[in-house]
Design a protein around this ligand. Structure first.
Ligand code: ATP
Ligand code: MG
Length: 176
């Protein structure tokens, strides 16, 4: 059977739309009967995408590997954060190698590496293991140069304006 080639995509930058773009890709793929596995790093909170994925199961599967609450700048990440992120990367690797998923999204993985919650080398090892037909998407601010060098597509969401500056917090259905 003819298998389409997969590529490595990165959505980074400070502007809104990184996670939304990745979810849009999963939605589009679902329409063509392609399955997507999504690991969300750093997050452990109810989101619209989790509810939507339930409605599209088994075409989209989302798992979260963060801790509730924020990692504060002062305290930094703890062992629990590192352990959960490591588990997430292992799950994503399994999904990628299972042959069940055409698309694998590592949401906020760039940020997790930037915060030293995940070793950069471990993510590069996952990139090395990518089967040719799997589309791999890495999202989050501060994509490391080593990821950018290895990617086939890199989009930077550039903030021109964001209502966050006006004090608008994440809204259900729009940001979460
Ligand atoms: P989206 O999920 O809407 O596509 P994104 O994935 O591009 O956004 P992230 O960096 O993952 O963006 O997270 C943005 C979230 O963090 C928003 O929900 C917002 O409420 C919050 N946030 C915190 N600080 C900022 C900031 N300086 N600019 C924009 N958003 C911010
Ligand atoms: Mg995001």
């Amino acid at each position: 059977m003819f298998r389409m080639t997969g590529f490595v995509q990165i959505y980074t930058g400070n502007g809104k739309g990184k996670t939304t773009a990745a979810m849009g890709l999963a939605f589009r793929a679902a329409g063509r009967g392609l399955r997507t596995y999504i690991a969300q790093f750093l997050k452990a909170q109810p989101t619209g995408e989790i509810e939507a994925a339930k409605k599209l199961a088994p075409l989209i599967r989302i798992e979260q590997f963060g801790r509730e609450g924020f990692i504060t700048v002062r305290e930094g990440p703890g062992d629990e954060d590192l352990e959960r992120a490591r588990t997430g990367l292992a799950r994503a690797r399994e999904a990628m190698l299972s042959g069940e998923y055409r698309i694998v999204i590592l949401d906020e993985v760039n940020t997790a590496v930037h915060l030293k919650i995940l070793p950069e080398a471990d993510v590069l090892a996952l990139l090395d293991a990518r089967p040719a037909e799997v589309e791999l998407v890495l999202t989050g601010r501060y994509a490391p140069d080593s990821f950018i060098a290895r990617a086939d597509l890199v989009t930077e969401m550039k903030e021109i304006k964001h209502y966050f500056a006006q004090g608008v917090k994440a809204r259900e259905g729009i940001e979460k």
